[in-house]
Design a protein around this ligand. Structure first.
Ligand SMILES: Cc1cc2nc3c(=O)[nH]c(=O)nc-3n(C[C@H](O)[C@H](O)[C@H](O)COP(=O)(O)OP(=O)(O)OC[C@H]3O[C@@H](n4cnc5c(N)ncnc54)[C@H](O)[C@@H]3O)c2cc1C
Length: 389
């Protein structure tokens, strides 16, 4: 059944586009309002676990991503100071058999292009770029306005407008993002001349005092995405700030030569400050709801914020399809269905970040416990996450 007015989605990022595609599968009309041009995602790489790729496959998106994606065979964990390999979490065929969907890594622009192509092909979805949702009127007919005053009406509004969400500010004006005290730096390195272990088809995770380093292949294996996260830095808004790399290199002076050689190879570092948000009391008010980072930003230590947004999209579409004429009820059901998992993920990510950056005796104890863990146990700890809800 088609609703008389479209569902409005503020934000055409990963969560917003996934939601539009999932709604189209339920034959619900959606209009995505994106302040930029949908193609501006220059960003870095992204890892998607089986919990996310299972949904993307059901939405017809996964096949569009696979040509540019990589399927890492494992996560290799290293001690960043000694360079010693500590543990391995098997991915590749093992994870795909266990969870019924692949673990992939890809460039964000490739993920956006796949979502955009699927959304373009899905009727009834309409994509409006250059629309910056700045006003929301939920008294009577639900409507939003662009910065220039242009108005649009819809049957409901989904705020998928990311970390600095305007819809969240409208719904929960007192909710304030807090700087987590850490900064992420990212760069892309051509993979052709890289040597072991950086040429391996794996996710590399190097743990060190007050910092960690992650790398994985993207762009069908042509480039290595490198992310370094360090405690400290400045509180600043924005995903893609150009940065002076000297602060980054200073944080890694005691690290092993392999990890420093990778940092040296990377040029054009971009930085973003990491923020967290105390859980909101409600994600929904009447016919307006929140999704993805707008509802529950996740620190990146589990590489799951986008996965969570994709899961939200699938659940939200099912809830709206259940009561298409009563979006407020659908949104309450969605909120109840998703809240516990989002909270568990946020808390687990915070704990992982704390363990990644351990110093002194705690670091040595962490390393010792990682070394004795079997590969089976290393993967099993993620069953709740990759196996879905
Ligand atoms: C360092 C780092 C590494 C990460 N790595 C991973 C990873 O490997 N795997 C993973 O799953 N997650 C990862 N994440 C998290 C992930 O990037 C986010 O959780 C994800 O992008 C959230 O998707 P979203 O759609 O909610 O928001 P976004 O992707 O931020 O999209 C929001 C969209 O809304 C638009 N918008 C904003 N305001 C308005 C407005 N007022 N009107 C209209 N449009 C608006 C924006 O332009 C944007 O397109 C990482 C995050 C960081 C910081």
């Amino acid at each position: 059944m088609t609703t008389p007015k479209p569902v409005l989605i503020a934000g055409g990022g990963i969560g917003g586009l996934s939601t539009a595609i999932a709604l189209a599968r339920e034959d619900i009309e959606a209009t995505v309002l994106e302040r930029s041009t949908f193609t501006e995602e220059s960003g870095a790489g992204i890892q998607l676990g089986p919990n996310a790729t299972r949904i993307l496959r059901a939405l017809g998106v996964l096949d569009l991503l696979l040509p540019s994606a990589c399927r890492p065979e494992a996560i290799w964990l290293f001690d960043g100071l000694s360079g010693r390999r500590l543990a391995e979490v098997p991915l590749g065929d093992t994870a795909e058999r266990r969870y019924g969907a692949p673990y992939i890594t890809l460039h964000r622009a490739d993920l956006h292009a796949g979502l955009r192509a699927a959304a373009d092909a899905a009727a009834p979805v309409s994509l409006t770029s250059g629309f910056d949702v700045s006003g929301i009127d939920a008294n009577g007919e639900l409507g939003v306005t662009d910065l220039d005053g242009t108005g649009l009406q819809g049957s409901s509004l989904i705020g998928a407008d990311g970390l600095w969400s305007t819809v969240r500010k409208w719904m929960a004006p007192d909710a304030k993002l807090a700087f987590s005290g850490a900064t992420a730096f990212r760069a892309l390195v051509p993979r052709a001349q890289l040597q072991a272990p950086f040429d391996a088809p794996v996710v590399g995770l190097w743990l060190g005092p007050r910092a960690h380093l992650v790398h994985y292949p993207v762009r069908a294996g042509e480039a290595l995405n490198v992310v370094a996260v360090m405690d400290g830095g400045q509180e600043a808004q924005g995903w893609n700030r150009t940065t002076d790399a000297s602060a980054l290199h200073a944080g890694f002076t005691r690290w092993c030569k392999e990890s420093k050689s990778l940092l040296d190879r990377a040029e054009d570092w971009r930085a973003w400050s990491l923020f967290s948000l105390a859980p909101l009391r409600h994600w929904s008010r009447g016919a307006v709801t929140l999704l993805g980072d707008a509802a529950h930003p996740v620190l990146p230590y589990l590489a799951q914020g986008a996965g969570l947004a994709i899961e939200d999209a699938a659940t939200l579409a099912k809830c709206l399809a259940g009561t298409p004429d009563d979006p407020a009820k659908a949104f309450r059901t969605y909120d109840a269905a998703r809240r516990r998992r989002a909270l568990r993920l946020q808390n687990t990510a915070r704990r992982f970040g704390w363990a990644y950056h351990m110093r002194g005796p705690a670091r040595l104890a962490r390393n010792a416990s990682l070394r004795v863990r079997s590969q089976e146990a290393a993967l099993r700890q993620f069953d709740w996450l990759y196996g879905g809800e």
